[in-house]
Design a protein around this ligand. Structure first.
Ligand code: IPE
Ligand code: IPE
Ligand code: MG
Length: 232
């Protein structure tokens, strides 16, 4: 089953709002269901032997949305972990996050930090939530940190591998999936997606599930990853 499984999968979980609107529901109803999909997909990725699953939950641009929607999205990680942390723990899943938590309500920050700490010794899937995450910001912060080190005497000898370590997400991504039909990256993992296989599925995030994930992985297995070289 683990044969040729992508080690790192990143997902732009898109389409919650449209999913709800199509059903005459408020956008927040789509986000609520979307949080349950996170559980489903994390458990599936863990079973399939994926090493790291990075889920784009809130972008640095999402602050532009109406206040009530932003308020709900800020509370959602707290609601999610209160509901599912026990199960994630039982399944040996390790929770991490990428982004800057400071702008979130302090109780949400607490719940997230607790989830990260409580699961830090787990050895199964790493479930990384990208929260208040923007890739340009991530790269800028990395450059600033490096520049400070050089100012303080570090040799200016940065390699691509070194630079990855300055980012929230140091790994290259094998497979990137975006749900709900939009065909763009929206400031997600710009550095890490350099040689990823990309899949854009029309399925809205609340309808995404294990079967859809397996379909994406099957498609990934048939891709010819050349990395600039020639087919073996
Ligand atoms: C994704 O769904 C969730 C977030 C961006 C937080 P959207 O809320 O973007 O849903 P659509 O794209 O408007 O349908
Ligand atoms: C990207 O979705 C961000 C997340 C999924 C968290 P958006 O819905 O915000 O992206 P755009 O605005 O359609 O590019
Ligand atoms: Mg969207």
């Amino acid at each position: 089953m683990n044969d040729n499984i992508p080690q790192t999968i990143a997902i732009i979980m898109d389409g919650n709002g449209r999913w709800a609107k199509q059903r005459g529901l408020p956008r927040t109803a789509g986000h609520k269901l979307g949080a349950d999909t996170i559980r489903t997909v994390a458990l599936a990725a863990n079973e399939l032997g994926v090493k790291k699953l990075i889920l784009y939950a809130f972008s640095t641009e999402n602050w532009k949305r109406p206040e009530d929607e932003v308020g709900y999205l800020c509370k959602l990680p707290g609601l999610f972990f209160n509901k599912y942390i026990r199960e994630l723990m039982e399944k040996n899943i390790r929770v991490t996050f990428a982004g800057e938590l400071e702008r979130f309500p302090s109780d949400t920050q607490k719940v997230i930090n607790r989830a990260v700490n409580d699961t830090s010794h787990n050895t199964g899937l790493e479930l990384c939530l990208a929260i208040n995450y923007g890739s340009r910001r991530e790269i800028l912060l990395g450059i600033q940190k490096y520049a400070d080190e050089v100012k303080n005497g570090r040799k200016n000898d940065l390699t691509e591998e070194d630079f990855s370590q300055y980012l929230f997400v140091p790994e290259d991504i094998d497979l990137m999936i975006r749900t709900s039909g939009e065909v763009r990256i929206s400031n997600f993992l710009l550095w890490q997606l350099a040689y990823s296989e990309l899949i854009f599925t029309p399925v809205a995030w609340p309808d995404f599930n294990k079967e859809e994930l397996v379909k994406c992985i099957e498609e990934f297995k048939h891709r010819d990853r050349r990395f600039g070289g020639l087919t073996k």
